[in-house]
Design a protein around this ligand. Structure first.
Ligand SMILES: Cc1cc2nc3c(=O)[nH]c(=O)nc-3n(C[C@H](O)[C@H](O)[C@H](O)COP(=O)(O)OP(=O)(O)OC[C@H]3O[C@@H](n4cnc5c(N)ncnc54)[C@H](O)[C@@H]3O)c2cc1C
Length: 606
């Protein structure tokens, strides 16, 4: 049997995106020894791809904004299924976390007076997204990375964690391998923070990077944590649809925030027809009103009294609208709809949306300053994830913490744009603190069980010894099942078929095989990744079947309405033996002082 190297830390952070870096900085600032593991190179985490901005009620652009409005927007966006405590902490602490980034060197776009500039985004009452053109994630990662390097911590790059290890019910460390040469590694740790991001790679059309293979969700589930609200998968309304090689790549919501207009092949501005009754009053309901908002935006007027254009409705709503337009035959040439920003001065488009300009020019040979883009829904984000305590980010496994996209609860049934980057820094910081407090409390290091380590090692060696299916074949099957049976619109019959097929696939995934050596062997990596992905697929499909209503990003063709009763229930899945069990848990009662925020006079809209 091959050997493995051993490292020991107080806190092991798995993931070097926004949440992992912020957590590692915090734990290290508390004087603890921190190990930071990333399966890609430092600086390449998915957060780097974030474009539109980070939501924080700084009120730099519109003084009417404050944490209370942000809290209400977030809860309304999530259709009140959010963990209200998380939404409260998020809205209250995001401004401080953004200012902290600025102090650490992040260079945001500025207002004339030199304050951080904020832009409009879907579902946000006021202009709230702090941004750096359309490259906000890049600046955020650069800043956090610079700061963490100076903070002092051990970084393990291109290292994938394949198992969490426990001492009794407590976390004791993690086992993994280096992707470049396949050597194994054991990390002993008193606390582990999962910050591994999302699950996007379980769908064939996604805006997500290769790293999003549901690792954190799978590792936590296997270690005894529960996953909540996994049915809520966000399909971003605007991904590229052409050419095939870039299908799914994100077209940032900032395009619509800067005035981008959606039209079908009849040149109709169809979003006016899709505004839900409950939010209709918040949006312009004719071209003239929408034009007034646009005129203000184009003239550089930051604060506008006019109602938001219908394109800035929430993502779930815009995605369903586009899907319906295409399905009913009003789509564009390549199966999307048109998003037009070309009517604006070319200089403005290039200044406000530089990445979008280059993305279309370089990848599709389309000049977005001259012609409309073609866009369609793409799997983008998962609202569900590992259940955590709002204040400490601890899971139900002692010593195991989670933050960022791999955790659940904060966004309810639908996330507002910009609320992920703020989630990362608010709950990354809290997870770092929570883990540090835990380490101080627990005192002595837990014992790592050698048999568990050997089991983790054998599991990684096994695909070379087998003669089973190719992991790529099974990945293709998984894509087909998820897009055909567990897509944007769901219904009982299809979900049941999907669940059956996934159960069969789960058995076969355990038998996949690979060839060659362990050096740079993506087929070998996929053998292990598939196991995590299947857990996420099953969790989504089973949770979706159990929610017999349509809420936020979860759309049932057979239950098209909101059901008041289910609005108080989280779906939770956990492992029992080899089975996935599902249960419903009640949302805790929201305190009166938060409830009363929703009764305040509706603010005028920006
Ligand atoms: C194109 C795009 C644009 C977006 N724009 C915005 C935006 O403007 N505003 C906004 O709020 N949100 C945006 N989002 C969403 C947001 O970017 C993500 O939700 C967020 O970056 C997730 O951060 P994270 O820290 O949770 O994970 P990540 O940044 O993905 O980091 C995950 C880390 O975990 C590591 N990892 C994963 N598995 C393992 C393993 N098994 N072992 C070791 N390491 C592992 C990875 O290598 C990586 O370092 C966007 C998303 C996309 C796809």
């Amino acid at each position: 049997m091959p050997d493995y190297e051993v490292h020991e830390h107080d806190v092991l952070v798995i993931g070097a995106g926004g949440s992992g870096l912020r957590a590692a900085i915090e734990a290290s600032a508390q004087g603890l020894s921190v190990g930071l593991v990333s399966k890609s190179l430092l600086g390449k985490a998915h957060t780097v791809m974030a474009e539109g901005g980070v939501a924080a009620a700084l009120a730099n652009v519109d003084e009417r904004d404050n944490w209370e409005v942000h809290f209400c927007d977030t809860m309304k966006g999530g259709k009140m299924l959010n963990n209200w405590r998380m939404a409260q902490l998020h809205a209250q602490e995001a401004p401080d976390c953004v200012r902290e980034l600025e102090r650490w060197g992040a260079v945001f776009d500025r207002t004339q007076e030199g304050k951080i500039l904020q832009r409009a985004f879907g579902g946000h009452t006021y202009k709230r997204l702090c941004h750096v053109g359309d490259r906000t994630g890049l600046e955020m990662i650069r800043t956090l990375q610079d700061h963490s390097v100076h903070q002092g911590m051990s970084v393990y790059m291109e290292c994938t964690i394949s198992r969490l290890l426990k001492d009794g019910d407590k976390i004791a460390g993690a086992f993994g391998y280096f992707r470049d040469d396949g050597r194994y590694v054991l990390f002993k740790a008193k606390a582990v923070i999962l910050a591994t991001g999302g699950v996007g790679r379980i769908y064939p059309i996604t805006s997500n990077s290769w790293e999003y293979t549901a690792d954190g969700q799978g590792l936590a589930y296997d270690a005894g944590a529960d996953l909540i609200d996994m049915e809520f998968v966000q399909f971003h309304p605007t991904g590229m649809v052409w050419p095939p090689g870039v299908r799914g790549l994100l077209v940032t919501e900032a395009v619509r925030g800067e005035g981008g207009i959606l039209r079908n092949n009849k040149k109709e501005r169809f979003m006016f027809n899709y505004l839900p009754e409950s939010t209709r009053k918040d949006y312009a309901d004719d071209e003239a009103e929408a034009e007034r908002w646009l005129a203000d935006t184009l003239s550089g007027k930051l604060k506008t009294e006019h109602k938001r254009p219908p394109e800035l409705s929430t993502r779930d709503n815009v995605a369903r609208a586009i899907y319906t337009e295409v399905k009913e035959g009003r789509g564009s040439e390549h199966g999307g709809v048109y998003l037009d920003i070309a009517y604006q001065p070319a200089d403005r488009v290039k200044k406000k949306l530089p990445s979008m300009y280059h993305q279309f020019k370089d990848l599709a040979d389309v000049d977005i300053t001259a012609v409309p883009m073609e866009v369609g829904p793409t799997m983008h984000y998962i609202m569900g994830g590992i259940r955590v305590d709002a204040d400490t980010a601890e899971t139900r496994v002692p010593g195991l913490f989670a933050a960022g996209e791999c955790s659940g609860g904060m966004h309810g049934s639908n996330r507002l744009g910009g609320n992920s980057l703020s989630d990362l820094i608010v709950f990354g910081r809290r997870a770092g603190r929570g883990a540090a407090d835990y380490v101080r409390k627990v005192g002595t290091a837990p014992k790592v069980d050698e048999a568990e380590v050997q089991h983790a090692l054998n599991e990684m060696e096994a695909p070379f010894a087998r003669n089973g299916s190719s992991p790529y074949e099974l990945q293709k099957e998984m894509y087909k099942i998820m897009s055909e049976h567990v897509g944007i619109f769901r219904e009982e019959k299809e979900l049941k078929i999907g669940i059956e097929k996934l159960a069969d696939l789960r058995k076969r995934v355990k038998e996949v095989s690979t060839k060659g050596t362990k050096a740079y062997n993506p087929g070998w990596h996929l053998c292990r990744d598939l196991q995590n992905m299947i857990i996420a697929c099953e969790a989504i499909a089973r949770s979706a079947l159990s929610r017999t209503e349509s809420r936020g990003a979860h759309s049932r063709l057979d239950y098209t309405e909101l059901d008041e009763k289910q609005g108080h229930e989280n779906t939770s899945v956990f492992k029992e033996g080899d089975e996935m069990k599902l249960t419903k848990t009640h949302l805790p009662e929201m305190p009166q002082e938060l409830k009363s925020l929703f009764e305040k006079k509706e603010p005028a809209h920006a």
